[in-house]
Every structure is written in C-alpha cells, then in structure tokens.
Design a protein around this ligand. Sequence first.
Ligand code: 25A
Ligand code: L14
Length: 340
Amino acid sequence: MSEKKVNVAVAGATGAVGNQMIRCLEEMDFPARSVKFLASSRSVGRTLRYKGEVVAVEELKEDSFKGMDIALFSAGGGTSEKYAPCAAKDGCVVVDNSSAWRMDPEVPLIVPEVNPAAIAQYKNKGIIANPNCSTIQMVVALEPIYREYGIKRIVVSTYQAVSGTGKKAIDELFDQTRAMINFLSYEKKVYPHPIAFNCLPHIDAFLDNGYTKEEMKMVNETRKILEDDTIGVTATTVRVPVFFGHSESVNVETRKPVSAADVRALLEQAPGIKVVDDPLHNQYPLATDAAGQDLTLVGRIRDDESIDNGINMWIVADNIRKGAATNAVQIARVLVDDYL
Ligand code: 25A
Ligand code: L14
C-alpha cells in the first residue's frame, strides 16, 4: 500500500453524485492530504462534512485546481467540458462522471474490474472518463463472459432509478407520490410525464435514429470499454419509480457454446459481483438490496432457449455508487497507487 497522499477536489460536491463521492472517499479511507469541495455560486455559503470536519463549499472557477492532484467531476456535461481542461492544465488529473469526454478517443473510459490497464492513457489529456451508470453495471457482469466465451450480441432493457437525474428528480418522485395518494394535484418539473406509478421509455434526449442518448451511450461505451467494435448492442432504457438502484434485463449471445450453470460459476468468482440466484427461495437481485452498497448483483441466470448460445440475466447495482461515485473513487485509487 502506498504512503502517498494527494490533494483531492470534488466539483459538483453538493449534488447527488458529488455527495456520494465524498462519502466514498471517507469510506475507502482515500489517501487525501487535503480536500476541496466545489459547486456553482448557488452553493457558496453551504458547508459539507468530511471525516468529522466542516468544509466550506467554494465556487468552481478556472483557477480552482492549482495545487490539486486529482479532481472528481460530477456537475453536468457543460461544466466538465469547460473546467476539466483547466484542471488538466494545472496538472490535476480529472476523473469525470459526465458524458462530455467519454467517447473522446484520447480519453480512457474505465471500469476498474474490466479495463484498468487503459488508465495509463490519462496522460494524453489529463482526463479519465467514468462511464454511464447503466453501462458500468452491465460490463462488470459481461466482462468475464466476454473473456471466456466471446460476445456476439447484447440486447438490454433497463429499469432506471430517478436518482440518476439528480436531486430534483428524487424530490419529484417523492412529491408526486405523496400528492397522488392524497388525491392532490401534482407538478411535473423534471420529467415530461408523471414518474410516480409510471414507466417512461425515455432517458436523456431523443436522437435522429429514434433512440435516446442513454441508449446509444450503452451501445458505444460498451464497445469502447470491452475494446471490441464487433459486438452488436441494442438497448431500451426506461425510467421507473425507484429512488436508488438500476435494474437491467440482459440477453447475451456468445460466440462459443455456453450454459447458465457455467456462467453462474464464472460470475461467482468474478470481482465486484455478487450472484443472487435462488429463485425457489425468492432470491434474485433487487434495487432495494443493491442500494447503499458497491457490488453488482446478478441473478435470474438462464439459458436462452430460443438460440444456440444465449444467456438471460438480471443485473442490479446502486447507480449513484458503483454507477457513478464508487467507480470514480476506485479509478482515483488506482491512479494514486500506480501512476501518481
Ligand atoms: O448539465 P447536465 O449534463 O444536464 O447535468 C444534469 C445533472 O445531472 C447530475 C447533476 O445533478 C447534474 O447537474 N449528474 C451529472 N452527471 C451525473 C451522473 N453521471 C449526474 N447524475 C447522475 N449520474 P445534481 O443535482 O445531482 O448535481 C449537480 C451538482 O453540480 C453542481 N453544478 C451545477 N452547475 C454548476 C455546478 N457546479 C459548478 N459550476 C456549475 N456551473 C451543483 O451545484 C451540484 O453540486 P449547485 O450549487 O448548482 O447546486 C446546489 C443545489 O442547488 C439546486 N439547484 C440546482 N440547479 C438549480 C438549483 N437551484 C436553482 N436554480 C438551478 N438552476 C439543487 O437543489 C442543488 O442541490
Ligand atoms: O451518466 O438517469 O450519462 O437521467 C445521464 C442521465 C446518468 C444518468 C450519464 C439519468 C447519465 C442520467
């Protein structure tokens, strides 16, 4: 274990993901010499806690990163586009949680259980991208299968929690639910339709091909992380009235013959995964069990009886933790231990 200590900044520290990044730094006992918490001018005057100390939130500015070694960004794509290069220029490595840099060929897109060696490419731009939450949990479960059997095609449908959209969306689900069960009128601010008691097949903006950006992130990011553009991926992403934890139905067609029993045994040995697959005792992955912890839960592993080499499974993880904050802090940890 290294004795090194680094200065760490969190940009977007007052948001849903930023807050969790701070908790993850504490929980993983990150080797921080100092911490700096940044947000927009709206949050100046607020304080946040770090290891029992009270830390004042500072306004994110171009010169915020002087003297800092690592910055974790989660303040939206526009903010990352503008400020990540400022941090990099001052020698501060950025781990960015937005979609701004993910598909930049010079920026590595990292899930530590899957492609840790690609972290070395941070030297190109001083930026490492954290993948989309739905992609992270899917590739954690697929990488062992890819390595062992090859993957021809993936068909995924997601059931995504509102916390992915941020704090305002958590409030919207709560307020609409309370209003509806009391027969009161309710407001729609974040989503175009009521999210309480509903499912919206719409996450992020629609594109010309009829898919949403979220769906195309799953296609493009999966291929980039697994470093294989021959994999076919098709996705339908759906918002459901769940606060924390994304669930996914994933169908995989492998290149070599495969069986559900083999996949279960393989995933039981894989890093970052907990197999929960005992349907006779009603044991399968649940968002409520995934929330608040860092493992990706995999269950309902079955042979796809409609094709030769196919597997169905149900993959669940905490979208704010492994889907965002935990993954970013894990990347930062590898950076400190192996590169800085
Ligand atoms: O811009 P995008 O790409 O559309 O991103 C949308 C949002 O998605 C979240 C994050 O929301 C982001 O703002 N997000 C981003 N990546 C994500 C990921 N991978 C992700 N969510 C999940 N997975 P959030 O609300 O959780 O966090 C926002 C944080 O970013 C800070 N911030 C925003 N603009 C900034 C900025 N920091 C620096 N410079 C900027 N220009 C934001 O700080 C928060 O920390 P804040 O000070 O702006 O907000 C603190 C509180 O203010 C309230 N609020 C938010 N927006 C407004 C507002 N109040 C008034 N007017 C507003 N427009 C909120 O209640 C917040 O708690
Ligand atoms: O990381 O759930 O690209 O609304 C953007 C949309 C995260 C989730 C990303 C959502 C996402 C988010």
